[in-house]
Design a binder for this molecule. Structure first.
Ligand SMILES: C[S@@+](CC[C@H](N)C(=O)[O-])C[C@H]1O[C@@H](n2cnc3c(N)ncnc32)[C@H](O)[C@@H]1O
Length: 200
């Protein structure tokens, strides 16, 4: 099973980015970095069954796939990952400038979230929206575990993706891990715990 987490942010802005104050100077790119780490990093290796597709309003789309990334050089803490991610965003069209950046192998796209979402919604993957006010995830677990590939659409700190017309108009099933509001990175860890641990 491949589990893909799809996250979108309208708030990320790196114009005045400084590593000294990542949350305050990047429009909460730190939230996205924590989601990438939660999804990809396993015990001393990548979880090869997970991917993160990151949509940043006006800053492009980034497909984090551990099958093309090198675990040894991959930045494993939020500070380093965010710093390399900012460098990738700023130099995504210059392989030369990214030659020392371990994220240089991350596939990028200039297509906007709406256009790409339309394509994603057509993919032959089982797709779910994760939201506090959804149907019980655990009662669906058995059927989800039978799926080959699953996409989970998850919100950032302010749930930006939930307001997109493409999501509002989609009749995708909405799943909840309970009525408590968790951090997106915690939701990702919980989903992996229930979906991937049985596989290992
Ligand atoms: C920090 S929460 C965002 C909370 C924010 N109030 C919002 O407007 O959505 C980040 C994302 O994690 C997911 N999430 C948080 N708690 C959840 C739960 N109990 N069940 C399912 N998904 C959850 C949702 O996708 C949410 O958009």
């Amino acid at each position: 099973m491949t589990v893909i987490f799809l996250i979108y942010s309208e708030t990320v802005d790196i114009t005045n980015y400084t590593i000294k104050d990542i949350p305050g100077s990047s429009g909460r790119l730190d939230v996205i970095s924590r989601c990438i780490l939660a999804a990809l990093i396993g015990e001393n290796e990548f979880d090869k069954n997970t991917q993160v597709w990151v949509f940043l309003d006006k800053l492009g789309t980034y497909f984090f796939d551990p099958n093309v990334l090198d675990f040894e050089t991959f930045p494993k803490n939020e500070l380093k990952l965010t710093d390399y991610f900012v460098d990738l965003i700023r130099n995504r069209n210059s392989k030369e400038k990214l030659r020392n950046n371990p994220l240089r192998v991350v596939r990028t796209s200039e297509k906007g979230v709406r256009e790409t979402l339309k394509e994603v919604l057509k993919l032959n993957y089982k797709k779910y929206i994760l939201h506090e006010e959804g149907n019980d995830f655990f009662s669906k677990l058995k059927s989800i575990l039978l799926e080959k590939d699953v996409i989970f659409i998850i919100g950032n700190q302010s749930g930006d993706i939930m307001n997109l017309e493409e999501i509002l108009a989609s009749d995708l099933p909405i799943l909840s891990l309970g009525n408590r509001s968790y951090l997106a990175s915690s939701v990702i860890r919980l989903i992996k715990l229930h979906l991937l641990t049985p596989l290992q």
